[in-house]
Ligand binder design. Structure first.
Ligand SMILES: [Zn+2]
Length: 439
């Protein structure tokens, strides 16, 4: 029965992806890749961004029941190249062991793409549970770099990328951490991070997650000759946190402005993020505080403490203007951000400040304003976070935030056409997880 229903869903998603063609064509035309497109003989309405690709929907895999991790398991991880990155720093983030890293560095001369690490692009790698690198993929514009393990040696291949976008559907449940769950479901970190980002105004991924929470996601993945090379956009997701269900559907209006909405068209963006800490595999794994909340309560000291490794990035939870950045008594290095005149957020014990952070600077939601530390009266590295309304302390976990404007009425029909197959897909994933759980 799932097969048949998935075939119908596949058609709907396929039609929807085709429907995005004309806009993608416009995007493609401003980029000088027409020649490449002709060379590959791919229909013009399938070109997008800076690589040749076509949209197909065929791989609507359902995940099996979450598998038990073992040292034999392999993982695909993916990371974005950031400014100042080196090959070594990227491989470290991908949790690749030292031996494999030095092997890659030895072969780097042949892997010319690695000399052009362009911020924003992604590197994907497959490792064993102990960090031995099995494969690496780096899509650099129209070129693809592949490194594959063959016994003790690494084989390097570089050539033109012929990329197509597929849609994947995966689901999982949380037993220890979000990343353990996405690993078990065969989802890359890039998807896990997009899920955490999309729901960041509703769920504090550092403190709110509980064993038994569930998620389902429909997302794009770019393939080169049948093999995944890069995670694309999260198209829709469902997250059940402590019994409460949240949905998000990506929708781009005809003017090309995109955003995530609930299934009934409410904007999921809000004035404040739930957590000031950036979520990452490293920060999520640092303490058990998600399951054993830190001892100090909000009542006792008028703030929320987040235990995290020194250097973890701290983000402003809302748009605003820096009101204070400096040293202040027990707070140590402190940043205070003022939002819409009435609200202030306080970030204490920082090891250092974010780039260019000073009084009067305008900051936007999610911008890095500092790094976790233990300055001032702190026994260990943690972030002390306060939320004040008219200078009165509020429990940030209880503040009700006004939502962003909903979907404009004229886009309602177009939105429903996108949201309906997504809702069906998420419902099927939910059923499938429930079925395998009771088997
Ligand atoms: Zn505190």
């Amino acid at each position: 029965m799932f097969q048949a229903r998935f075939a119908i869903l596949a058609q709907k998603l396929s039609a929807w992806l085709r429907g995005r063609g004309p806009r993608r064509l416009l995007l493609g035309l401003v980029l000088p890749f027409v020649g490449v497109m002709a060379a590959f003989g791919i229909a013009p309405d399938t070109i997008t961004d800076n690589v040749v690709r076509s949209n197909v929907v065929e791989e609507l895999q359902l995940t099996a029941a979450p598998v038990v991790e073992s040292a034999d398991d392999t993982y695909w991880r993916e990371t974005r190249v950031e400014r100042g990155d080196t090959i070594a720093s990227i491989l470290q983030r991908l949790q690749i062991d030292d031996t494999s890293t030095s092997q890659v560095l030895q072969r780097a001369r042949e892997a010319r793409a690695l000399y052009r690490l362009i911020p924003g692009r992604t590197v994907r790698a497959q490792t064993t549970g102990t960090g031995q690198m099995l494969a690496l993929r780096y899509l650099n514009g129209t070129q693809l770099l592949k490194i594959d393990r063959d016994g003790d040696i690494l084989r390097v291949w570089e050539g033109p990328a012929e990329v197509e976008t597929r849609v994947l559907m995966r689901a999982g449940d949380i037993r220890s951490s979000l990343f353990a769950a996405t690993d078990a479901a065969g989802m890359s970190d890039a998807v896990a991070l997009q899920i955490a980002e999309v729901f960041s105004t509703d769920i504090d991924f550092h403190r709110d997650l509980r064993r038994g929470d569930r998620f389902a996601a429909i997302y794009e993945i770019q393939h080169h000759l049948g093999e995944p090379v890069k995670t694309g956009r999260l198209l829709s997701a469902e997250f059940v946190n402590q019994g409460k269900t949240f949905h998000a559907v990506w929708f781009e209006n005809p003017e090309g402005q995109g955003g995530y909405y609930t299934l009934d068209g409410k904007n999921i963006r809000k004035a404040f993020l739930r957590s000031p800490l950036e979520f990452s595999r490293i920060s999520s794994g640092f303490t058990g505080s998600r399951f054993h909340p830190v001892l100090k309560t909000w009542r006792a000291h008028m703030g929320v403490d987040y235990a995290a490794a020194t250097g973890t990035r701290v983000r402003t939870t809302g748009d605003g203007i820096v009101d204070f950045a400096g040293r202040q008594g027990g707070y140590g290095n402190l940043v205070v951000v003022r939002h819409q005149s009435k609200y202030t957020t306080w970030y204490g014990h920082l090891s250092r400040f974010g780039p260019g952070i000073h009084k009067g600077k305008r900051v936007s939601q999610g911008e890095v304003i500092g790094y976790v530390g233990s300055t001032g009266l702190a026994t260990g590295p943690h972030l002390h976070y306060e939320f004040r309304t008219n200078n009165v302390h509020q429990d940030p976990l209880r503040v009700v935030m006004p939502p962003a404007p909903p979907l404009a009425p004229q886009y309602r029909i177009a939105f429903d056409e996108v949201a309906r197959p997504m809702a069906e897909g998420l419902a099927l994933l939910r059923q499938q997880v429930a079925t395998t759980a009771t088997q």
